[in-house]
Design a protein around this ligand. Structure first.
Ligand code: GDP
Ligand code: IMO
Ligand code: MG
Length: 428
């Protein structure tokens, strides 16, 4: 019955796709439970690069059944584009299961996302512009469109009418945009319905039965702890629960069934979009990390902001997710740096904080308190054994383990499946 969870421990792009892919041969199902095509996961197999957005990374493992759970928001056109692109590269996508209770991103919500950001001006979030926030808002406001609705034209029309009633007032009177016509949206969605139908299932039932039968299920988080709507740096967050709690609501699998929660964390930190980031670097070292780490977004192509490892964030992620293991990625990127600073606590207006301040004003004032670790110059790209790392790299990893609230079970030394050091097996 093992169910394991992979979540991001920082602000996203930690390497969750690679971590999930690596476990692919040991699991039966890989389930996406939150977010949508705001995610961008890169997986490198035998030197070939795959970029996944809406599909779970497990789709690249032949034995795996990929599942899109009820907590995901689906842009159906993007889904088809992604499926077609993978099929054309010889990936079998026929096993994909989609929850009928997942919400659909209608085209008007992509427009809403962009227009809202424009109106926020200086207060903008820096969203991916994929309609994620407006679609989750509709879900909570109870005017969302779910996958099931696409198969009943009458219900679909009534729901689109309901959703657009308020939205058109906003679009026309506040945002100065043209009115969205109900019929246009209904036809747009109906045209997409047929291909979807065979993929749609009661995925909560499928997953619970699979666990009853002793199958292994892996839940793959999109975004990350610090972008979680409840536990992240609100309001500079995404609109879903990206922490392990989101697994249960986003899939219909209860917490008692989960036995491993794996947090993926970079050996330094990055963030895309706006919002506080205490260890951010504004100097040449930031540019060095960006270049060496290839820190450019998979979804929007934006340059990622870069900074040092933040152990306060790591401890917080360990706590709010109940992490059992950390997967440390991109250690190879730090090669050649003479002395590596690690943030161990914050100074907030003269007061030391060892734990994450939950008050937004305090967090915006947080200054990192650093400890410094000696670097290494030996090339560690592709190293597969901990003992083969230079002593200083070993000491850096052990130091991070000591202050991050969780054991480090695996270490990434390159983007490929094989560029990994395994210290503790992640699947029992
Ligand atoms: P995700 O969104 O968490 O799946 O992460 P992304 O795919 O957006 O970003 C992580 C990037 O780092 C990708 O380009 C990966 O191929 C790459 N990557 C993952 N692990 C490692 C590692 O250990 N070393 C190096 N050099 N690159 C890595
Ligand atoms: P993966 O799964 C990094 C960020 C956006 C923005 C904020 C809200 O690849 O780690 P949204 O479009 O979700 O409303 O944007 O969240 N963001 C991500 N940053 N990685 C991601 O996904 C992200 N998904 C959203 O940049 O700041
Ligand atoms: Mg990413």
């Amino acid at each position: 019955m093992p169910a394991l969870v992979v979540v991001g421990a920082q602000w996203g792009d930690e390497g969750k796709g690679k971590a999930t892919d690596q476990l692919g041969s040991q699991v039966d199902y890989v389930v996406k439970f939150n977010g949508g095509n705001n995610a961008g996961h890169t997986v490198v197999i035998d030197g070939e690069k795959y970029a996944l957005h809406l599909l779970p990374s497990g789709i690249l493992s032949p034995g795996v059944t990929p599942v899109i759970g009820n907590g995901v928001v689906i842009d159906i056109e993007v889904l088809y584009q992604e499926l077609d692109a993978l099929e054309s590269r010889g990936v079998d996508t026929s096993k994909l299961l989609i929850s009928g209770s997942a919400h659909v991103i209608p085209s008007y919500n992509r427009a809403m996302d962009k227009v809202t950001e424009r109106f926020l001006g200086k207060r903008r979030i820096g969203t991916t512009g994929r309609g994620i926030g407006p679609t989750y808002s509709d879900k909570i406001n109870r005017v969302g469109i779910r996958v099931w609705d696409l198969f009943d034209e009458k219900i679909l029309r009534a729901k689109v009418e309901g959703a657009l009633e308020q939205k058109n007032h906003l679009l026309v009177k506040v945002y100065n945009r043209r009115e969205v016509l109900v019929e246009e949206i209904v036809q747009e969605l109906l045209a997409l319905a047929e291909r979807l139908r065979p993929m749609v299932h009661d995925t909560a039932l499928v997953l619970n039965k699979a666990l009853d039968e002793g199958k292994t299920v892996l839940f793959e988080g999109g975004q990350a702890t610090m972008l979680d709507i409840d536990h992240g740096t609100y309001p500079f967050v995404t609109s879903s629960n990206a922490t392990s709690g989101g697994v249960c609501t986003g899939s219909g699998v209860g917490p008692t069934r989960i036995n491993r929660v794996i947090g993926v964390i970079k050996a330094y930190t990055t963030r895309v979009g706006e919002g506080p980031f205490p260890t951010e670097l504004f100097d040449e070292m930031g540019i060095h990390l960006q270049k060496t780490g290839g820190e450019f977004g998979v979804t929007t192509g934006r340059a990622r902001r870069c900074g040092w490892y933040d152990a306060v964030v790591a401890r917080y992620a360990s706590r709010v997710n109940g992490l059992t293991d950390l997967v440390l990625t991109k250690l190879d990127v730090l090669t050649g740096i003479e002395e590596i600073p690690v943030c161990v606590a914050y100074d907030v207006d003269g007061v030391r904080y060892d734990e994450m301040p939950t008050d937004q004003s305090a967090y915006h004032h947080a200054k990192p308190i650093y400890e410094y670790f000696p670097g290494w110059t030996e090339d560690i790209y592709g190293v597969q054994k901990f003992e083969d790392l230079p002593k200083n790299a070993q000491a850096y990893v052990l130091a991070l383990e000591g202050i991050s609230g969780c054991r480090i079970s695996s270490i990434g030394t390159g983007p490929g499946r094989e560029h990994t050091i395994v210290r503790h097996e992640l699947v029992d």
